[in-house]
Write a protein that binds this ligand. Structure first.
Ligand code: SAH
Length: 360
């Protein structure tokens, strides 16, 4: 089938998805333009912001790609104080970002759980609960997810990293702490508790194929998630997967593949929120803009106090590590205007897909 025909189909089958992910040159540009058109027709040209707070790089896991894995001795471990998190949240509010996203290495000790609960409640006290709260704090029990939901968090990001079990165990140790089925169960639990749930994968991993990536997109559709985050894999020298750095696609190809994943998913799930991940900008200075032009509609500007950012390097050379928040805010505004998008300030920017489903 030719690309034009696929681009007008109501429902994409796996073969169609594979064909779209394999496009190059002008056909790839056609895919991006179509995704943009679909996005504009359902979500307009609005961009939603979440002020990102990287709460702690202490982590009990050892994911084979991640720079904050517990076995990495080359970083200083930190945890922000409650007050530091609240200051970041207030800054997010002041800058008009409308929401915060709290991300962290994975911990499940009581102190961590209770501190997060208090932080959520304190953020909810800022200006009468005007800030939306997204969490990205890894795998937890149902009870903990419920406790944080009841405290006021309403969105949760938990990337499956790969929906292919074999690949999952090539990029994670195969043990109790890294259990593919447990991660799947966590996603189900988040959805059933009522979170706007986001998942996602890294793109350009060693051993990853187009076939696997097509299945990832089908997985997101099957789970009917509200949000998706996908970014290029960036090999980190202090991690085991770095040994395959010369066997993965070149940066420009990982970037294009990520953009094709975003664009194809926009056609499959027009109303979801999709983030233009910072990892895009790390391998291409215009990466975030390109992700927006391919169908993404959310950006997570970093609000972590600068002195800690160097230690939250999940991948190397992370973009904007030395930017000050207000510089970052005006820079983003200009960057979005330059590509005909408009940041929607002072709004939660919930997933339209989720809101509609709830109203049904
Ligand atoms: N502990 C939390 C947050 C993880 S960090 C959790 O488990 O969900 C957020 C995301 O960064 C991860 O889900 C992963 O997809 C991405 N990431 C980690 N290392 C990366 C790398 N080397 N290159 C690109 N993305 C990476």
């Amino acid at each position: 089938m030719n690309i034009n025909e696929i681009l007008t189909k109501q429902y994409l089958e796996k073969d169609d998805i594979i064909q779209l992910l394999s496009t190059t040159g002008e056909e790839m540009q056609m895919l991006f333009r179509k995704a943009q058109e679909v996005k504009f027709s359902v979500l307009d040209n609005y961009i939603h912001l979440r002020g990102l707070i990287e709460y702690s790089n202490r982590c009990k896991k050892s994911c084979l790609y991640c720079g904050v894995r517990s076995n990495n001795q080359n970083i200083e471990r930190y945890t922000l104080s409650e007050d530091e998190v609240i200051e970041c949240a207030k800054l997010s509010h002041k800058l008009g970002y409308g929401s915060v996203a709290i991300q962290s290495g994975e911990r499940s000790d009581k102190e961590f759980i209770e501190t997060i609960t208090r932080i959520i409640k304190r953020i909810k006290e800022i200006d009468g609960g005007s800030l939306g709260i997204t969490l990205s704090l890894g795998e937890q029990t149902d009870e903990v997810y419920r406790q944080w939901f009841e405290a006021g968090a309403h969105r949760y990001l938990l990337r499956i990293e790969s929906s292919n079990e074999d690949l999952y165990y090539k990029i994670h140790p195969h043990d109790d702490r890294h259990d593919f089925h447990k991660r799947l169960a966590c996603i189900d639990s988040l959805i059933s508790i009522g979170y706007q749930t986001g998942t996602g994968v890294m793109v350009g991993l060693p051993f990853q194929t187009i076939d696997i990536l097509a299945d990832d997109l089908i997985f997101f559709r099957q789970k009917d998630v509200a949000m998706v985050g996908m970014g290029p894999f960036i090999p980190h020298p202090d991690t085991p997967l770095y040994q395959y750095a010369d066997q993965i696609p070149a940066a420009v190809d990982r970037m294009n593949l990520t953009l094709k994943m975003i664009a194809t998913l926009r056609l499959m799930m027009p109303e979801i929120n999709m983030v233009a991940a910072t990892a895009n900008q790390t391998i291409d200075p215009l990466g975030r803009e390109k992700a927006i032009m391919a169908g993404a509609n959310v950006i997570m500007p970093n609000l972590t106090p600068n002195e800690y950012r160097e230690d939250y390097l999940i991948y190397p050379d992370k973009a904007c590590v030395s930017d000050k928040p207000d510089q970052c805010s005006s820079c983003l505004d200009l960057r979005m205007k330059s590509i005909n998008h408009k940041i929607l300030y002072n709004a939660w920017g919930d997933s339209v897909a989720f809101t509609k489903k709830r109203e049904q």
